[in-house]
Design a binder for this molecule. Structure first.
Ligand SMILES: Cc1cc2nc3c(=O)[nH]c(=O)nc-3n(C[C@H](O)[C@H](O)[C@H](O)COP(=O)(O)OP(=O)(O)OC[C@H]3O[C@@H](n4cnc5c(N)ncnc54)[C@H](O)[C@@H]3O)c2cc1C
Length: 379
């Protein structure tokens, strides 16, 4: 297994870290306060070609490796969770096309996602279908040489700024079969009717949209009728590894902030960092983050090498890294005491942002169910 980074990946990590420190860090509070999609972040990422790390090389990507994507996601999230959503949502949204698109679909969409010229969202969740994705009720029926789609989706990241949404709907042919469709957001009948107010990731719009008799041509079906479930599961298996990398970034950012604080803050005549109880928290944070990264990169390696064990690794990486991020960000607030609780110091934002990663792309309870199932089956 490959736990180390190549020289090129190290160079990318350094470039992204410098970019985040120089251009985004000074504006993180602005992003948080505005609470809307940060257009300047997208433009910056376009200019520095960060979206290219999310796509395969043959369609304008850097090297198509998930480990490279993880490196970018981690470095971005270390400074700004919202910015990490800007870049990783492009990967989640394009995954169905990468895995199941035909030549025309790939050539039409993927290069513009790799450049960031166009944005894409992943439209799966519905009001009555969250963890239980088979319970979705959006429907597509054949009409006028194409498909007419009706339904409602909720909690879809960046649907209000996306050019395309991959929509999962049921087709009633030989039973109810989940099928994936490419839906351009300027089609008649597509309307984003709610942008949520959230605990964290405030600049990353989470949207509900309705599909009212939205017509798409036959060429907008992804794969075949009934392929949708495999397509969405494959995309989420990949997406979870990326979520783990984002969680690692948040954890690192919070730990670094709390270490700097602990080194400088003097109480009872000595810096907090010299106190054994604080050192114990620091040691546990550092160890958990390193273990999370190892598991995340191992999962990315399993994914990149098409290993049959990838699903297990993906779930374990997502579970471990996101639990770690929640604990580390909470501990970072604790180390910083009252100052940690204050908005000016940034770690309370990281703690709020970390929470969602335990929920999205398959909640951690769902990950535990599948990891336990695999462990029992291996006996
Ligand atoms: C900020 C944000 C962004 C999102 N972005 C997207 C997106 O881009 N595209 C998209 O399609 N969706 C998106 N989602 C939706 C997200 O994937 C779902 O919220 C998630 O899958 C959980 O579904 P739910 O919220 O309906 O919770 P539910 O499925 O109702 O679960 C509620 C609770 O019950 C637990 N639970 C459920 N079933 C079981 C079980 N069998 N055993 C034990 N516990 C169980 C869950 O773990 C959870 O704690 C986003 C959500 C958020 C909050």
């Amino acid at each position: 297994m490959e736990f180390t980074l190549s020289n090129e990946q190290r160079a990318i990590a350094t470039m992204v870290r410098d970019l985040m420190e120089g251009e985004i860090k000074p504006r993180v509070d602005e992003i948080e306060e505005a609470g809307v999609f940060p257009v300047f972040v997208r433009e910056l990422f376009q200019r520095y070609e960060l979206f290219a790390a999310m796509l395969p090389a043959e369609f304008g990507g850097i090297d198509g490796s998930l480990q490279t994507q993880c490196v970018v996601a981690e470095e971005v999230a270390r400074v700004c969770g919202v910015s990490s959503m800007v870049v990783t949502n492009q990967s989640l949204g394009s995954s169905p096309i990468v895995s199941a698109g035909n030549k025309e679909q790939k050539e039409k969409w993927l290069p513009s996602f790799a450049s960031g010229e166009k944005l894409v969202s992943f439209g799966l969740t519905e009001p009555n279908a969250g963890s239980d994705v088979r319970g979705l009720s959006s429907r597509a029926v054949r009409a006028d040489g194409g498909w007419r789609i009706n339904g409602r989706k909720c909690f879809v990241t960046h649907a209000n700024v996306a050019d395309l949404v991959v929509v999962f709907a049921k087709v009633k042919e030989n039973g109810d079969r989940i099928t994936a469709f490419l839906v351009e957001t300027d089609r008649e009948g597509f309307e984003v009717d709610k942008v949520e107010h959230k605990m964290g990731l405030k600049g990353s719009p989470t949207c509900s949209f309705v599909l009212e008799d939205v017509w798409v041509p036959e060429e907008n079906i992804l794969g075949k009728i009934g392929d949708g479930f495999q397509i969405l599961i494959g995309s989420l298996n990949k997406g979870r590894i990326s979520v783990a990398a984002q969680a690692n970034g948040l954890a690192r950012g919070a730990m670094e902030a709390s270490l700097r604080y602990a080194r400088d803050r003097v109480q009872f005549g000595q810096p907090l960092a010299k106190m054994p109880v604080v050192q114990q928290i620091i040691a546990d944070m550092a160890t958990a983050i390193e273990a999370s990264r190892c598991l995340t990169w191992a999962a990315a390696h399993e994914y990149d090498s098409h290993s049959s064990d990838m699903v297990r690794y993906s779930g374990m990486a997502k579970l471990f890294a996101t639990e770690t991020a929640m604990k580390v960000t909470t501990d970072a607030v604790q180390i910083m005491g009252g100052y940690g609780y204050m908005v000016d110091y940034g770690v309370e934002r990281m703690m709020r942002d970390a929470k969602v990663f335990q929920i999205i792309e398959g909640s951690n309870q769902i990950q535990r169910l599948s990891i336990a199932r695999e462990a029992l089956a291996s006996l």
